[in-house]
Design a protein around this ligand. Sequence first.
Ligand SMILES: Cc1cc2nc3c(=O)[nH]c(=O)nc-3n(C[C@H](O)[C@H](O)[C@H](O)COP(=O)(O)OP(=O)(O)OC[C@H]3O[C@@H](n4cnc5c(N)ncnc54)[C@H](O)[C@@H]3O)c2cc1C
Length: 415
Amino acid sequence: MAANRAEVLVIGGGIVGVCAAYFLAQRGAKVVLLERDEICSGASYGNAGLVVPSHSIPLPAPGVVAKGLRWLLNPESPFYIRPRLDLTLLSWLWRFRRSCTEEHVRTSLPSLCTLQQVSLALFAQFAAEGLPFVWQRKGTMTVYNTEQGFEDGVREVELLRQHGIAAEVLTGEQVREREPLLRETVVGGVYFPGDAHLDPAAFVHALANRTREMGALILTQTEVKVLEGRGRRVERVLADGEWQVDLVVLAAGAWSPQLVRPLGIPLPIQPAKGYSITFCHPNFLPSLPLMLNEVRVAVTPLDGRLRLGGTLELAGLYLSINQRRIHAIRQGVAKYLPSVSGSKEVVWCGLRPCTPDGLPVLGRPHRLDNLIIATGHGTLGVSLGPITGKLVAQMAAGEPLDHDVRLWSPDRFLR
Ligand SMILES: Cc1cc2nc3c(=O)[nH]c(=O)nc-3n(C[C@H](O)[C@H](O)[C@H](O)COP(=O)(O)OP(=O)(O)OC[C@H]3O[C@@H](n4cnc5c(N)ncnc54)[C@H](O)[C@@H]3O)c2cc1C
């Protein structure tokens, strides 16, 4: 059977792959996107939909390990590691711990802040151009029900302000004036007016449709099984058939490492499972998204529905739903808000592709000339999706990049 040909082959139809395909097609590239399942069937589907420059402090930061260890002892905490002897997990945890320094926060924060803000502007542009998705720029509010949490939050605000993130520190009363649903137990909050939110699945589907209209070929139910290398190139991509390619963009989220491991490219990405519960016709809707700090749950009003999203579970590449976590999310929310109900509840889980230093992976690995890796966005894949796609297109065209993403290079894991 004759091989298919693709000028640019994108692997993965989540927000990152679809944004990459869109910006590549916009520059006139002949793009083929292969998705194993349906478009937006991975982490990009049921997440909290927050576009949050305010959350630019990377996951590994001073104090996180101690907090994580305390949480591990509590089965209802927002963090869990499934105990197992897995060398890739152990090495990931070791690298994560090594990244928990002031120095790492200082070097990572500028790129995350800037690129989230640029990405937010790209979302706004898509909305202004009439792309059909729910897009709201009302900001977000992080709320605290412990004095210690609030103090830590205020310290983070100082750091974020130095990088251009606007923030209003609020007392408990001021928080309740803005959102009267919040309980008396809430001691304070921070309002971030520059944040936004959207229905992530509506966005990805709308952009995929537009990308098709621009001439890209999007094939679903088509799993890439092997990337075959020869010399400094990916020579063939084996899916249902065989593809000869000029350039491959790997955007397969948490499943990316297994595709490049045989090519000798280490990609230390752990799948970090998170859950959401979406209520149709909920008994209440906050006026803006809330981040419930101590329980790490996001509460997002989505076009008449209410979504609760949270939990970070390092349990491998499994999509089973642990009811204990769902219960923990509900219990956690009840500490801040009335108990939620709705006419229908949809429980979902997804795997965030998490790197040990909390930075995405974006760039060409030095071993191969025709591969761009775009993954590892962890808790920020929605926020950073559009700018990642735009930078992929600039890399593919060999143009100077609008932004310096050397810190996000895939080669950093060789050190
Ligand atoms: C509960 C929860 C809440 C979250 N909230 C937010 C938030 O508010 N804001 C934010 O910015 N981020 C949030 N995130 C993180 C965000 O969802 C992810 O970072 C983002 O969706 C990752 O996008 P992706 O395109 O890299 O991966 P995915 O969406 O997982 O897409 C990867 C795709 O590749 C496909 N694929 C895999 N292997 C192959 C193969 N071999 N061949 C073909 N296709 C393949 C998969 O089927 C999948 O569709 C949240 C995540 C969770 C779980």
